[in-house]
Design a protein around this ligand. Structure first.
Ligand SMILES: Nc1ncnc2c1ncn2[C@@H]1O[C@H](COP(=O)(O)OP(=O)(O)O)[C@@H](O)[C@H]1O
Ligand SMILES: [Mg+2]
Length: 252
């Protein structure tokens, strides 16, 4: 369970809140899409949730635990996949997974079992012995996703997870997100692509300029596409050019 209560963030001396009194409740087993154009405040909300940022006002609870009051306990419940994968290039895939498993105190047996399972699911078994510096962007995204699942967290948080993934990798990731939610986890991810949110989520929240402007099922969203009040925003969100397609085998 994730709950945002009036979560607000004002950066520095800005006169506008990047996140403005966000209220959300996301239950166990829910696959929740947090949809909004670039600059809407999605990453800010996620950074508050994961404890990387302090709220200016309001609070965030995960499974009833206040993320500001009990940050260590809260972090243990969350598996987080950030929006950029500029990390630990010198490690191999498996070394990275062991590093993540060490942080969360995962037993040797569990890390091996989960690591092998997810490497298989994400078609990364062959590459797991190679250095991350040799990985494509999509492969980095996949190893980061596995790393975020190595402690089997009840809450999985992903920031723009589909950006830069080739269709096959995006498919595998979406399947895993759905599977985790079906198994009872809370899966919360951000996207600026309307289609992604409509296709796979149980529930969607739309944020614009720091404010939640609507929430509902994908069916509700589709039904409201023609609303004058939302039409312009939907047009922006369906602009395919926003997403930069990158090749799976694009290497550094
Ligand atoms: N570290 C920061 N310092 C100041 N302003 C920021 C910072 N990070 C984000 N912002 C601003 O906050 C707003 C929301 O940004 P962000 O949460 O990154 O949006 P999104 O992830 O939806 O694209 C934007 O106006 C952005 O410029
Ligand atoms: Mg963002």
């Amino acid at each position: 369970m994730i709950r945002f209560e009036n979560a607000t963030k004002v950066y520095g001396k800005s006169d506008r809140a990047a996140l403005d009194h966000l209220n959300l409740e996301i239950g166990d087993g829910c696959l929740y899409g947090f949809l909004g154009p670039n600059g809407a405040g999605k990453t800010t909300a996620i950074r508050l949730l994961t404890g990387a940022l302090r709220a200016t006002e309001g609070k965030i609870l995960v499974n009833g635990i206040d993320t500001a009051e009990r940050p260590v306990e809260a972090k243990r419940l969350i598996g987080f996949v950030p929006d950029s994968q500029e990390m630990y290039d010198k490690l191999t895939g498996w070394e990275y997974l062991n590093f993540m498993a060490d942080i969360f105190g995962v037993s040797a047996e569990d890390r091996k079992r989960r690591g092998e399972k997810y490497l298989e699911i994400f078609e990364m078994t062959q590459a797991a012995g190679d250095r991350i510096s040799s990985y494509s962007r999509g492969m980095k995204q996949k190893i980061a996703s596995i790393g975020a699942l190595i402690h089997n967290p009840p809450i999985w948080v992903l920031d723009e997870p589909m950006v830069g993934l080739d269709p096959r990798a995006a498919f595998l990731l979406k399947e895993e997100m759905k599977r985790r939610a079906a198994e009872g986890a809370t899966v919360f991810f951000s996207t600026h692509v309307l289609e992604v949110a409509e296709k796979m989520c149980d529930k969607v929240g739309i944020i614009n300029q720091g404010k939640l402007i609507m929430e509902g099922s994908p069916e509700d969203l589709i039904a409201r596409r023609g609303d004058a009040s939302l039409e312009e925003l939907f047009l922006e969100l369906t602009d395919k050019d926003q997403e930069s397609p990158k090749e799976e085998d694009e290497r550094k």
